[in-house]
Design a protein around this ligand. Sequence first.
Ligand code: PMP
Length: 423
Amino acid sequence: MTDPHSFNPSRLPSTGGRSDTRLDHYVDSYAQRTHKMTASAVRSLFSVANRPEVVSLAGGMPNIADLPLGKVGNLLDELIQRDGARIMQYGSGQGELQIREQICEVMAEEQIRAHPDDVVITAGSQQGLDLVTRIFCDPDDVVLVEAPSYVGALGTFKSYQTQISHVAMDDQGLDPDALRQVVTSLRDQGRRVKFLYTIPNFNNPAGITQPTERRREILQVAEDLDLLIVEDNPYGLLTIDGEPLPAMRSMETDRVIYLGSFSKTFAPGFRVGWVLAPHAVREKLVLAQESATLCPPVFSQFAISEYLAKHDWRGQIRQYRDMYRERRDAMLQGLTENMPQGTTWTHPTGGFFVWVTLPQGVDSQKMLPRAVTARVAYVPGDAFFADGFGSRHMRLSYCFPTPERIIEGTRRLGEVIADEMRI
Ligand code: PMP
């Protein structure tokens, strides 16, 4: 009897005596879901977009240049001196109570009333997405998403072999009538629709926000159709014009699973996000979290907890808002000045992104090499659709470059689009 745990090279996939020229010798061994995993368009653009001569309007990295690093360093230093042994230990699978209590205060900014028992800490909201999909979705289940939707969520849903169905948006976000029609028609075909994934604030990539009344209408459809909603809200507090709107979760507690994150309101490197879920779902999430990581990153949780307790985090968010407002204004000004006739774009009131619709006949994917040669980068629209749509669109981010570089980027882009229209 061979030991099932011992490594046996003869069990590696056979090449049938051929000299195998494939790059990946394990290609026949992967699980089916692994074949659904592809590098995101954003990631494959990274090396090009990061060249200094290129104005990158592609990446969505938060701009944390203004974080008071000296102060954060002192806080962490004190924390380690005081509590080092505890904060470098394993912790609770649900996350530390102390930070879960503080997260309830953060969520109150968007009128959510929650109990710390219903919060599960995750390694960024990306892991929240993974855990939610893991506990709800079998292969071929349907997940509904906006058209367009966050590329990282599409990747997660695909990796669990779900079917992704897009629901149309208008200038107020997800269209409730379209939602009703899509769900009804899918159910008539015998499909299992597991949840609607929505980004109500400053949708990534569309830059569109659902007004409060629209949120109510979507919740009403969900109620009528007994549909679960996953509300992803990493940008909600980064409103540029006006005050944050009430979250969907503040209007409905039993039907909404809410995902939050410190990546944009503080810093992404700590990898701390959270899920607020109805009680029964929360228990399943903790089990899934324990099997994925034992516990979410303990050091990071205490670091963020210290930051929230000792730093004026609301003031920091106001500073971030001012910085992004300046960049958003530069982007809108640059687009107005430089885009050729027939190009349209959204007007975000927060977040990081503008969604551009190109003139008829211009394909954003095909145009990209020409744009990079002209030293400007963007993300082609088809990355944000699971069904190949989106070639007339592109996502532009204003979060990272300086206002001057943003305007220069739109100038370069305008020339590239105009050239493309002449071809
Ligand atoms: N959701 C959306 C809509 C995002 O844009 C992002 C980050 N780009 C995430 C989730 C993941 O964020 P994190 O894991 O850093 O919290």
